[in-house]
Design a binder for this molecule. Structure first.
Ligand code: ADP
Length: 469
């Protein structure tokens, strides 16, 4: 089967969060299963782009209303990623360091989608399926069906995978003319709640909708930033498929970013060495349990709970724990977290920013990972943590509900129900007690490390969706 993934992110080319990890891994496993797989992402000015070799396979001009931008399609020359990676190079729009956050994001991602389809059309090797990821590729199913110039591609099956339904790619009616000419009788597909909504378009027009966990699919039928009724309507063509993880990249026995390698049989020594390295760097005490957070510092992730939960937990436990936070996002939360450094020197630290290597070391060297998320479509951190022998402390929501079971129920982690400072502190207190029951703690770590979250066991579910009529 010929599969094309279209996405704004793909690790290692461009990563902001879990979308990149999924689009960087699922295609590899689909290719291993015998499919022809391509991934198409915009050509940002990233480290990966600068350090790798690409060949130009197509050149064209993308028309966006009255604007016209020259574009190139670049192919990663060595195929070392395990699938074919193509970059859509539109210099005026994407030759910038960040993936998102520009005033012209609508123009950027619309041009990306149009250029991608122009290239697929010109190349004349029609894929069987296009898997669109999130709203940045949400207009593709509409354009394939209704834009005159893509008529030859209208037989391609389309699937939209929702990694995060909060962000929807809204734009105003005066930008409708950016979309290549289509039969205006179908303009209604573009609209949702008095705006054009890229995610809603994808959900309406794709042949199938997937979410990145079964529980998240249930939840967005009740709460989805305004799209609840739409999700209800398309329930029969929707499926929640739990994300996998790339077990080659995320492997504590080979991970180059770690201080010491280990596996399920010798994690004690290996984890301690990584913890010592981490504690040395952040002025923490390796004899105390280490609670870490890695992620975007937004309310969605429960980032707003972290400052107060840290203060209360550190005070209640007479500073007998360590807390380490890696992330960036809301400047208020960042500021509050930074301010705590002086008050809890030696027990608390924070790194504001994005750092892939540090994240790996934190998964390996921590005892517990905090995930107090309000919304978590799947969450990958808990799966990496489990694989690295770090016990996840999660709020039961979305994919966290599907992957973490409380140790009180013979599970692999610690769970609470509310997004509240009280619940987070209560879970930390339970964790401190568990940490002191060494044998029990080890048993839970082992149970987590033994869990199989590899893509191999999940990737067939996508193929089934691609094959459905
Ligand atoms: P998201 O909603 O942000 O996509 P996920 O749990 O699905 O959340 O994926 C988060 C991914 O991003 C993980 O690979 C995690 O390690 C990584 N990550 C998040 N924030 C940072 C950071 N500040 N530095 C390094 N890696 C990070």
């Amino acid at each position: 089967m010929k599969i094309v993934h279209i996405s704004a992110e793909c690790y290692p080319m461009a990563k902001v969060g879990g979308l990149a990890d999924v689009v960087g891994a699922l295609p590899k496993y689909q290719k291993n299963a015998g499919n022809e797989v391509r991934v198409v992402v915009p050509c940002y000015d990233t480290k990966f782009k600068a350090e790798n070799v690409f060949e130009t396979v197509y050149a064209g001009n993308v028309v966006l209303g009255n604007f016209e931008f020259p574009f190139n399609v670049l192919k990663e020359a060595t195929d070392k990623l395990g699938y074919e990676l193509y970059l859509i190079e539109i210099k005026q729009l994407f030759d910038r360091p960040n993936v998102y956050g520009y005033e012209d994001d609508i123009e950027r991602f619309l041009s990306f989608q149009i250029a991608t389809l122009d290239w697929i059309l010109a190349e004349n090797t029609i894929p069987d399926v296009i898997n669109c990821h999130d709203h940045h590729a949400g207009l593709i199913p509409f354009m394939l069906q209704f834009c005159y110039k893509y008529e030859a591609l209208s037989g391609i099956r389309t699937v939209i995978t929702i990694h995060n339904g909060l962000y929807q790619g809204w734009f105003s009616h005066d930008k409708m003319h950016y979309i290549p000419e289509f039969d205006v009788r179908h303009a209604g597909f573009l609209e949702w709640d008095n705006a054009l909504n890229s995610l809603a378009v994808g959900i309406k027009c794709a042949d199938a909708v997937t979410t990145v966990s079964p529980s998240y699919l249930d939840e967005i039928n009740v709460s989805a930033n305004g799209l609840e009724s739409l999700f209800n309507k398309v329930r029969s063509k929707s499926k929640g498929i739990l994300n996998g993880i790339d077990i080659e990249l995320w492997n504590p026995s080979t991970d180059k970013m770690l201080e010491e390698h280990y596996d399920i049989d010798n994690f004690d020594f290996g984890k301690q060495k990584n913890k010592e390295k981490l504690c040395e760097r952040f002025d923490l005490d390796p004899a105390k349990p280490l609670f870490s957070f890695i992620g975007r510092l937004f309310d969605e992730k429960g980032g707003d709970l972290l400052p107060q939960a840290s203060v209360l937990s550190l005070s209640e436990n007479f500073e007998n724990i360590n807390i380490l936070i890696l992330g960036s996002g809301n400047p208020d939360i960042e500021e509050q977290l930074l301010q705590l450094r002086d008050d809890y020197k030696g027990n608390y630290n924070v790194f504001i920013g994005y750092n892939e290597e540090l994240a790996h070391l934190i998964y390996a060297g921590s005892d517990f990972i905090l995930m107090p998320s309000r919304v978590e479509p799947c969450g990958l951190n808990q799966m990496y943590a489990l694989r690295y022998g770090t016990v996840p402390i999660v709020r039961r929501t979305g994919g966290l509900r599907d992957t973490v079971i409380d140790f009180g129920d013979n599970g692999n982690g610690i769970c609470h129900d509310q997004s509240s400072v009280g619940d987070v502190c209560y879970s930390i207190n339970r964790a401190v007690k568990l940490y002191d029951e060494k044998d029990h703690f080890k048993e839970i770590i082992k149970r987590g490390m033994a869990t199989d979250h590899s893509w191999e066991s999940v990737c067939q579910e996508y193929i089934e969706i691609y094959n459905q009529n």
